[in-house]
Design a protein around this ligand. Structure first.
Ligand code: GDP
Length: 305
């Protein structure tokens, strides 16, 4: 089920409860069942759905008990409570609670951001999007193409960067991605760039070779932030994939791409929980400006229309 349908179904379930004259446990359970089914069909992890159900039930149950004891007490207040609780719990579902403060590039020093992710996830596209995002905020940004694995990767980055007027670095002849990334970062550091974004190579599958390369590039460029690019449409696989990348690269935030398509999104929500890592940005199209910062509250508001 795509995200828009998920939102509609959750709304319909809440509305069907709140339009009843009597809100009781049976009506609450029917609403919860419909919300949970919708979430599961959107690939949200079953454990998380269970947590959400228990949490909503617990929060609304005490109000319902009170209502039963004092019959005729304020049904509207209960309806409002149901709406607020569903909203809050959905926010909780997409929110991470990292212990570290979230990274923001600071002017006056060379910040390094490294991208990781599987091939096709949208890394190269998102690198340029992020570069443009910060360039518009007054930072001098350089792009480094350390993807020496995929033929045409450097050309793609070069083309995107040229179009967006972002300086770039890469090599057609050097096969070692560690060397290319080190050289590129050094060059931009020397030139006092504020932000250096390193695009690394992906593979079709998670493999040891990819993870080993990621670790080596990380050691060479010492990123201030590592971003994992995750395709929103990959469903349940997102959880396991993000866990494996977290172990290898300890990324600090997620860029969730292809949120414009028929993304179920639920898998990505589970990835947040599995790695306790926030989504920093979402990609909403192929164009360089189709890129937004992610806020759980805004996301849930939009989801519920
Ligand atoms: P990489 O292999 O991870 O570097 O992936 P690319 O950046 O080459 O992207 C793979 C494909 O996904 C390209 O066709 C991109 O245009 C497309 N793409 C990337 N981000 C988005 C997005 O947010 N929305 C849509 N619709 N397409 C995207």
């Amino acid at each position: 089920m795509v995200l828009a349908d998920l939102g509609r179904r959750i709304n319909a379930a809440v509305n069907s409860l709140t339009s009843q004259s009597v809100v009781d446990q049976t009506a609450l359970d029917a609403m919860l069942k419909e919300i949970c089914t919708a979430l599961l069909e959107s690939d949200v992890n079953v454990r998380l759905v269970g947590q959400l159900r228990n949490s909503i039930r617990a929060k609304v149950a005490s109000a319902l008990n009170k209502e039963e004891k004092e019959s005729g007490s304020n049904a509207n207040a209960i309806k409002r409570l149901v709406q607020k609780t569903v909203f809050d719990e959905l926010c909780e579902l997409v929110e991470a609670h990292p212990t570290d403060e979230q990274f923001k590039p600071k002017k006056g020093r060379s910040n390094v951001i490294m991208f990781v992710g599987l091939q096709g996830a949208g890394k190269t596209t998102s690198c340029t999007k992020l570069a443009v995002y910060y360039q518009r905020r007054g930072l001098r940004v350089g792009l480094v193409c350390a993807d020496t694995f995929r033929a045409g990767a450097f050309d793609q980055l070069k083309q995107n960067a040229t179009k967006a007027k972002i300086p770039y670095y890469g090599s057609y002849t050097e096969p070692d991605p560690v060397k290319v990334s080190r050289d590129g970062v050094e060059k931009f550091k020397k030139e006092k760039f504020d932000l250096i974004i390193v695009d690394t190579s992906g593979r079709h599958r998670q493999e040891q070779e990819l993870f080993a390369e990621m670790v080596q590039i990380g050691e060479a460029v010492k990123p201030d932030q590592t971003l994992m690019v995750l395709d929103a449409s990959i469903g349940q696989a997102a959880e396991q994939q993000s866990k494996a990348f977290k172990e290898a690269s300890n990324f600090g935030a997620i860029v969730l791409t292809k949120m414009d398509g028929h993304a179920k999104g639920g898998g990505a929500i589970s990835a947040v929980a599995a790695t306790n890592t926030p989504i920093a940005f979402i990609g909403t199209g192929e164009h360089v400006h189709d890129f937004e910062t992610f806020s759980p509250k805004q996301f849930v508001s939009k989801l519920l229309g």
